[in-house]
Structures are given as structure tokens and as C-alpha cells.
Design a protein around this ligand. Structure first.
Ligand code: GTP
Length: 205
């Protein structure tokens, strides 16, 4: 195993949730350990990160979708082939939590193409504890109801950010149907990536 730059599996991960919950910040914190001031995402953006989980070299292509409603039709097509979906809410804004049920879980149901796709509920901004509007217990209960993994985190303080992606990747590795060809997996040394397998290089669609 392990030629330079190679990987064992390639996973597509999607970040969804209301505008302003911190999806782009989570992605930036994970991929570059920084948190700059971010403008709302227009449509969809993506970043690639390699990491090793359970002895497997993984290439994660993480798609950051716009939370704003006006981009909703544009982002729906990006669910296709995702092995992991992270549903983000802001622990200080209760409506972002209730919208997980009212809006986002329905979108996943409608557009997700992998039946066994692993879902994770993430409550962001735990650094703002004094402004908390959703308890950890409520988050956990909703995650159990929707059969999701669950974590609370802070993109600002980098609390639990890596853990989010690592736990999700670990669970995907545990699901044989998500490791098959055709669920957009590319197994190193077996399949060669075709140019069309790569997302557009400008990073934004
Ligand atoms: P859209 O692109 O519109 O869907 O928004 P988004 O979900 O990507 O949110 P974004 O990452 O742009 O963050 C929105 C605001 O929340 C920014 O001002 C961030 O700096 C702030 N923010 C993000 N994560 C955290 C966090 O963990 N703690 C605190 N205190 N602020 C955060």
C-alpha cells in the first residue's frame, strides 16, 4: 500500500444546512486550519482533503452547498453519489435545528442516490455556550430519530472538526455497499480516474 499521492478509497461528502450555520467555516477549518471571514456560498464549492483512517488512505471530496433557498434547485444535483452527508445546524439558532427536519432531511430523502449513505448531524458554534438555544440532548435525540451520527463542534475553535470527518469516513468504510464500484468509489490500483471523475477545477459551479 501507499505510493506517494495515492489513496485506497475516494469518498464524496456533502455539507448541507441553513445559511450561516458554518458549513464553509467547518470545511475551511478542516482543510486549512483557519477561519477567515466568509461570504455566503454561491451555489456549490468543494475542497479535497486526504486523510488516513483505520489504516486506509482516503481522498475526501467535500462539497459545500449554499444554504440560501434561492440556490436550492442548483444544489440538489450534488447529492448524487454522495457516500456521506453532514447536516449542520447552529446551536445558537433554534430555527436552523428545526429546519433539519422541516427542510434538510426531506432534501436528503428526495435527492440522495445511495440508500446506505451515512448521515451525520453536527451542531456547530458550541464556543457560544451562553447563547445556546438547542441542548446537546435534543441534538442527540434528533440524530437517533433520523439514524444519524451526532457531534457538536466549533469551527471557530477547531473543536471536534477533524473528528466529524474522521467518524463519518470510518462509518462509510464499515458499509460494504458504499465501497462498491458505481457508488463513485475509486479503488486505487484497480480503477484509473478518468478526467470526468474530477470536479471542475475552478472549485465553483
Ligand atoms: P452559507 O454559505 O450561506 O450556506 O453559510 P455557511 O453555513 O457556509 O456559514 P459560514 O461558514 O459562512 O459562517 C457564517 C458565520 O458564522 C460567519 O460569520 C462565521 O465566521 C461564523 N461561524 C462559523 N462557524 C462558527 C463557530 O464555530 N463559532 C462562531 N462563533 N462563529 C462561527
Amino acid at each position: 500500500m501507499g505510493s506517494a499521492g495515492g489513496y485506497d478509497f475516494s469518498f464524496k461528502i456533502l455539507l448541507i444546512g441553513d445559511s450561516g450555520v458554518g458549513k464553509s467555516s467547518l470545511l475551511l477549518s478542516f482543510t486549512s486550519h483557519s477561519l477567515e471571514s466568509l461570504a455566503p456560498t454561491i451555489g456549490v464549492d468543494f475542497k479535497i482533503k486526504q486523510l488516513t483512517v483505520a489504516g486506509k488512505k482516503l481522498k475526501l471530496t467535500i462539497w459545500d452547498t449554499a444554504g440560501q433557498e434561492r440556490f436550492r434547485t442548483l444544489t440538489s444535483s450534488y447529492y448524487r453519489g454522495a457516500q456521506g452527508i453532514i447536516l449542520v445546524y447552529d446551536v445558537t439558532r433554534r430555527e436552523t435545528f428545526t429546519n433539519l427536519t422541516d427542510v434538510w432531511a426531506k432534501e436528503v430523502e428526495l435527492y440522495s442516490t445511495n440508500q446506505d449513505c451515512i448521515k451525520m448531524l453536527v451542531g456547530n458554534k458550541v464556543d457560544m455556550e451562553s447563547e445556546r438555544a438547542v441542548t446537546r440532548e435534543e441534538g442527540l435525540a434528533l440524530a437517533q430519530e433520523h439514524k444519524c451520527l451526532f457531534l457538536e463542534c466549533s469551527a471557530k475553535n477547531s473543536i471536534n472538526v477533524e473528528k466529524c470527518f474522521e467518524e463519518l469516513a470510518l462509518k462509510i468504510l464499515d458499509m460494504p455497499s458504499l465501497l462498491e464500484e458505481g457508488s463513485t468509489l475509486v479503488k486505487r490500483n484497480i480503477l484509473k480516474q478518468k478526467p470526468e471523475d474530477h470536479p471542475p477545477t475552478n472549485g465553483c459551479c
